[in-house]
Design a protein around this ligand. Structure first.
Ligand code: H79
Length: 685
């Protein structure tokens, strides 16, 4: 039995779990990326169909569908598309002789997606194994090398067009087959002497050009496996630029090292809503690619509730199927998808085109979930998804303040329900509709025509920063229909406290406490925030300020997990640089850099600094630690604030990279304003 080597397992895991939230930053306007402003400005428009769609089909199909998790008589229960990771290329390649999915029928796949109520399909054009499922001119490792010889992507694209289904391409940046791809797996014994990652990117670009040129409208580009390198090495901007040029309406996910259009939590549903569009991708069973040993099939009930949970948080659900080596979607998957379709047939109006919950947290709907629809005539429809039928058949919504104009079951508009006031909130009497209970999710509709629903949330206390030099403007905000009362003397908020009317300024250190009121009733927890008046750090007088920062460079081998593990006596290089970046490094991994000098501060003010790095970093200004971004991690952005006097201020940036991608960037701006990359002409020593 061949031993499977899980190279980079640790790195992959660390990266993957942070992949969906790692990119708090977008490339700046000054990055020289021509289409950026346009990409941003028409994003909402491009994504409109996708936001309404809510539900898509993910298809994992490739050479791995043939062995289906089995190698040399041994069954591997995990991700079948990861099986090739432990198998030398020359052996895996031979599967091309056995790839012959004669039962593949593109119409069947598309019609199943339709039946399931899915609005788009994303299929693996090439997974990590490197095999292309279309007729690729850029490679011989494609469907033409198999007995099948049919262009699977072409047939699917045509079927999608016939049945009015949106189609997207999954494409793996990671490639275990291409000789120019680096780094290599442990089992890959081919020499790396002539390998050139940049040439690999040119190859990937050529393949993507084919996929985005020859197959009609492509709705989505779904990158994966971009964790071995940073966006610069992937030439991510150039690649995305090409995609937008060839397919102006395309939307691109976040896995080529840039955040692009939407985030992609994998195999998990986030706790709450997000500012950025997002899509949870998930398997029905324990593998993406078909696996004969598949177990743990999620039942239709769990899948429907996942879809509802996701919709209630404003996300999309990309649910995976793995067709067999013969090209058939397993009946266990197909059955479940049809069941979801049946539920959607009746309840789809509570999913498609909806917004998330009217509540900030799922704690407000402990019996299930909530989605919302705004109709053209200004009516708000609140969909209450009842997973757990309440004992006593009275559904309590303690954080919803006003009665709807009408309440009824989505499945039966004539099944009118009675809503009544209950405590500060309301409750819905479900006794009469007991017989209509859907064991998966019964949807109750609350119709607000005349007024908007009033939800009980704590106020938000907003300001550009939490520290200030002279004075600071505070703004309190809450939900429509609620009033805010607050105190500035540390006492608790009561119905006698001052009523908030408009933003106000403070000029001493204080604690603000605030709460929401509905009529005379306090309807939320009190919130509080401290604001500190500070003295700006004094500027430094220098006899002579020379341009650039001084830097020291270190190389090390072995265990380094934090900046404090670096042996500071062991410098292997030093000099002066005008940029806080990694240009001066002499190798890609296991090195550290420390930059020291002065930054010129244009005006006395509170400044926000942002330090972006892969792996760890730390920023010290005027002798105070401002940003701590230390530790082994993928690209991560952290912030910190400090009050500074105009003039020169001491600055130090410490950085190290373990294995894998390396990146460092420092940004700064006045508190509350956009932070820009710190330009070289502001740095001195
Ligand atoms: O295409 C699907 C996965 O193959 C791909 N992304 C989705 C959409 C993916 N790549 N990496 N990962 C998912 C996560 C990595 C999991 C791993 Fe493992 C843990 C790799 C090594 C350890 C799973 C378990 C594979 C081998 C062992």
């Amino acid at each position: 039995m061949r031993k499977l080597y899980w190279l980079h397992t640790f790195v992959v895991l660390v990266v993957l779990f942070s992949v969906s939230n790692a990119f708090a930053v977008e490339p700046s306007e000054s990055s020289g990326w021509p289409n950026l402003a346009e990409v941003r400005s028409n994003r909402a428009e491009r994504m409109e169909w996708w936001r309404d769609a809510r539900f898509g089909m993910f298809i994992h199909f490739g050479l791995y569908s043939v062995p289906a998790g089995e190698w040399n008589g041994q069954q591997y229960g995990g991700y079948s598309e990861w099986l090739p990771q432990g198998i030398p290329t020359a052996q895996w390649e031979k599967l091309t002789d056995r790839f012959n999915p004669t039962d593949f029928d593109a119409d069947e796949w598309v019609l199943l997606a339709k039946q399931a109520g899915m609005k788009y399909i994303v299929i693996t054009t090439k997974h990590h194994e490197g095999f292309a499922l279309w007729d690729s001119k850029a490679s011989d490792y494609d469907v033409q090398a198999t007995p099948f010889k049919r262009d699977i992507m072409k047939e699917l694209a045509e079927a999608c067009r016939r049945h009015d289904m949106k189609l997207g391409w999954y494409h793996s940046v990671l490639d275990w087959h291409h000789p120019d791809y680096l780094p290599r797996r442990a089992v890959d014994k081919r020499s790396t002497d002539d390998a050139d990652y940049d040439r690999y990117i040119s190859y990937m670009k050529a393949q993507l050009r084919e996929l985005l040129t020859n197959y009609g409208d492509i709705a989505v580009l779904w990158f994966d496996g971009g964790w071995d390198h940073g966006p610069r090495q992937h030439r991510a901007w150039e690649i995305c630029d090409m995609a937008y040029e060839l397919q102006p309406d395309i939307i691109i996910n976040d896995r080529i090292g840039l955040p692009m259009d939407y985030d992609t939590p994998e195999q998990r549903i986030p706790r709450g809503a997000s500012d950025r569009p997002w899509e949870t991708c998930m398997t029905i069973t324990s593998s993406w690619g078909y696996n004969k040993g598949a177990r743990d099939w999620k039942d239709a009930k769990a899948l429907i509730r996942n879809l509802v949970d996701i919709a209630s948080k404003g996300g999309n659900y990309l649910l995976n199927v793995g067709p067999t080596g013969e090209g058939v979607i397993p009946p266990q998957s197909a059955d479940r998808l049809r069941e979801i379709g049946e539920w959607l047939e009746i309840n789809g109006r509570s999913i498609y085109g909806t917004k998330g919950s009217i509540f900030r947290s799922t704690d407000s709907t402990r019996w299930g979930r909530c989605t919302t629809r705004m109709t053209g005539d200004g009516t708000t429809l609140v969909y209450l998804h009842v997973f757990d039928w309440p004992s006593g058949s009275s559904l309590s919504i303690p954080e919803l303040g006003n009665l709807p104009d009408e309440a009824y079951l989505l499945a039966d508009r004539d099944a009118k329900l009675t809503a009544r006031k209950a405590g500060k909130g309301i409750s819905i009497d479900l006794a009469e509709v007991e017989s209509a209970v859907n064991s998966v999710d019964t949807v109750v509709v609350l119709e607000y025509a005349e007024q908007k629903p009033v939800t009980f949330h704590p106020p938000r206390i907003e300001s550009v920063s939490e520290m200030f030099i002279d004075d600071l403007t505070l703004k309190l905000s809450s939900e429509p229909g609620l009033q805010i009362r607050y105190t500035l003397d540390g006492s608790d908020v009561t119905s006698q406290s001052k009523l908030y009317v408009e933003p106000f300024a403070i000029s001493t250190s204080i604690t603000v406490k605030a709460a929401s009121f509905y009529g005379d009733h306090l309807v939320c927890e009190q919130v509080e925030k401290e604001f500190e008046k500070v003295k700006p750090a004094e500027a430094v007088k220098l006899e002579q300020a020379r341009p650039g920062l001084e830097y020291k460079y270190y190389e090390y081998d072995g265990e380094v997990k934090t900046l404090s593990d670096i042996d500071r006596d062991n410098t292997t290089g030093f000099g002066v640089t005008t940029q806080v970046d990694l240009e001066r490094r002499k190798r890609q991994e296991e090195f550290a850099m420390i930059f020291e000098g002065y930054i010129s501060v244009p005006a006395t003010d509170v400044y926000d600094f942002e330090l972006i790095s892969d792996d760890g970093s730390r920023l010290t200004v005027a002798g105070r630690e401002v940003v701590d971004n230390d530790g082994l991690h993928s690209r991560e952005a952290k912030h910190g604030s400090i009050a500074l006097e105009k003039g020169l201020q001491r600055v130090r940036v410490e950085y190290f990279n373990g294995l894998g991608g390396a990146e460092l960037e420092l940004r700064s701006g006045s508190a509350g304003k956009k932070a820009d990359k710190v330009s070289g002409d502001r740095l001195f020593h």
